[in-house]
Write a protein that binds this ligand. Structure first.
Ligand code: FAD
Length: 492
């Protein structure tokens, strides 16, 4: 399907179709009953009053309430594609505010997902989502920092989140994503979002009055579903970006990751328990080691795309071991390691869209942009952008197109965050950045500014910005003048 115009709700007038969507969407919840008891109309919400009175759907409508259906409604106000962190966060915010929201997820959870290392600033977002108690109770591995090793293994830099500024709690977590994502999706559902797993979106059409998708459920027949607004949180599938041809690869960050879960990976090279360990390679590549429960460690290698031979089978453990064995410290860590899961490959590393939003749609998480994960920023950025997208819809009262000003502001925020972290990711590829990064006596204020960003501070204060600028100025000077000793780079 191309991006042709269609009429939202087909034979119905826009307001009527919204009402039909609502009728099919709503199941009675505790809050609704309370409203009814208080003698108030429960349709819609304070933020988004719908046409209950006009259609005579006041208190008397209780008898007509339908139980939650196992099938998605044909029309709904807000449709979210994807139930990863971005989609679940968006769904939670909207459902908490009483907005009718329907989420389609291709997989059945729990499902494997890479990206297990979280940042402490995400805790603030969890609190806004009402999700922090679940994370606390889940028994995930606490993470208080990250330990970076130079390629030769002689230089170690520990990033201690306790040194970050403006961080309420320095504790983050290492999470098996199958479990974490499931908890978050269930949380969205508990808040009132209608979640449909096993529904794959195949096509999207954009119209003046809404968006229409074709989705394949557990049955063989595909279905057409309509919504006033769409949040694309389909991750690296990037359904909207691909449909509209918006995705632009970042030419400076074309990498490939090979990864799997291993047991019996050795620890004890100066890291603190729970730290993510990052080992750099001399060729701008790097490896991660993320401790998970039951002696499981997520191990991954990120290298330049052109180092991978064409047609390389991702599951080739011998090649993987050969690559990681090039680093002495990694060879020691992995000496007795046994693989627990198949090896996987992710290419198409860093990208950004030409636009993050349109009159009827918003991109959240990896469906918008993706950055090399060296600083574990992905889940945090996904949560934040999902919540931003939800806020745009909450601020918008009515069924008309999203106002340009709101779209511009949403886009500005996403670009700002992307650039902030990209600067570090790009820097990390450069020897002069690594020289300074690993050099211990960096001035305290500058070190704290760097740690603050690496803890997930995505809206730095002017003071932080100024000190970051100083850091990058030092990096630029190091390139020419050798301010600190240069790291030894053995072949890697
Ligand atoms: C190698 C690697 C290592 C990483 N390491 C880290 C890390 O340590 N820490 C970190 O924070 N981040 C890490 N990331 C990034 C992180 O995994 C992502 O940024 C994060 O998962 C993005 O969340 P999301 O909700 O946008 O997308 P996802 O989590 O990918 O969720 C998207 C969802 O959409 C669903 N979907 C896709 N297509 C369709 C469709 N057609 N119809 C319906 N549903 C669909 C998918 O099934 C999926 O559940 C890493 C990424 C990679 C590639």
């Amino acid at each position: 399907m191309a991006c042709q115009e269609f009429r939202f709700g087909c034979k119905l007038a826009p307001t009527e179709s919204a009402a039909v969507g609502l009728e099919q969407d709503r199941s009675l919840r505790v809050g609704d009953q309370q409203l009814l008891k208080a003698g108030k109309e429960w349709i819609g919400s304070e933020q988004f009053p719908l046409a209950g009175e006009r259609f005579g759907w006041g208190q008397g409508y209780i008898g007509a309430v339908k139980p939650a259906s196992a099938e998605p409604s044909q029309s709904t106000e807000i449709l979210i594609l994807g139930g990863g962190p971005a989609g679940s966060a968006a769904a939670t915010i909207l459902a908490q505010a009483g907005r009718p929201v329907q989420l389609l997820e291709r997989e059945r959870f729990p499902r494997f997902h890479i990206g297990e290392s979280l940042l402490p600033h995400s805790r603030t977002l969890f609190r806004k989502l009402g999700f922090d108690p679940q994370v606390e109770a889940a028994g995930f591995t606490p993470k208080f920092g990250a330990t970076f090793f130079s390629a030769c293994g002689q230089h170690v830099r520990r990033i201690d989140f306790a040194h970050a500024e403006g961080l309420p709690c320095p504790e983050a977590f290492q999470v098996p994503r199958d479990r974490f994502d499931q908890l978050l999706l269930e949380h969205a559902e508990a808040k009132g979002a209608r979640v449909f797993q096993g529904w794959r979106v195949l096509e999207i059409e954009f119209g003046r009055e809404g968006v229409q998708v074709r989705a394949q459920g557990p049955g063989e027949e595909s279905r057409i579903l309509r919504a006033r607004f769409l949040i694309d949180a389909s991750g690296r599938s990037g359904l909207v970006s691909r449909t509209l041809g918006l995705r632009k690869r970042d030419p400076k960050l074309q990498k490939v990751a090979l990864f799997g879960h291993f047991r019996k990976v050795k620890s004890g090279w100066g890291e603190k328990p729970g730290d993510i360990r990052i080992v750099t390679r001399s060729d701008s590549g790097w490896l991660w080691f993320i401790p998970l429960p039951d002696d499981c460690t997520s191990v991954g290698l990120v290298i330049d795309r052109d180092r991978i031979p064409a047609g390389f089978p991702g599951q080739d453990e011998a090649a993987f071991r050969q690559w990681i064995g090039q680093s002495k410290i990694v060879a020691e860590m992995m000496a007795s390691a046994e693989r627990m899961t198949p090896l996987r490959v992710e290419a198409d590393f860093s990208y950004r869209p030409e636009r993050y939003a349109g009159e009827r749609w918003l991109l959240a998480g990896d469906a918008g942009s993706f950055l090399d994960p060296v600083f574990s920023s992905g889940v945090h950025l996904a949560l934040a952008s999902g919540m931003d997208a939800a806020e745009v819809l909450l601020q918008h009262r009515g069924t008309g197109a999203l106002p340009r000003r709101a779209l511009r502001e949403f886009e500005r925020l996403q670009i700002q965050r992307y650039r902030l972290f990209r600067r570090f990711v790009l820097g990390f590829d450069r020897p002069e950045f690594r020289d300074l990064f690993f050099h211990q006596p960096v001035p305290e204020g500058i070190y704290r500014a760097v740690v603050s960003i690496l803890a997930g501070q995505d809206r730095p204060s002017p003071s932080l910005r100024w000190r970051l600028q100083l850091f990058f100025t030092l990096v630029a000077l190091q390139r020419r003048f050798t301010l600190v000793p240069r790291l030894h780079h053995p072949a890697g």
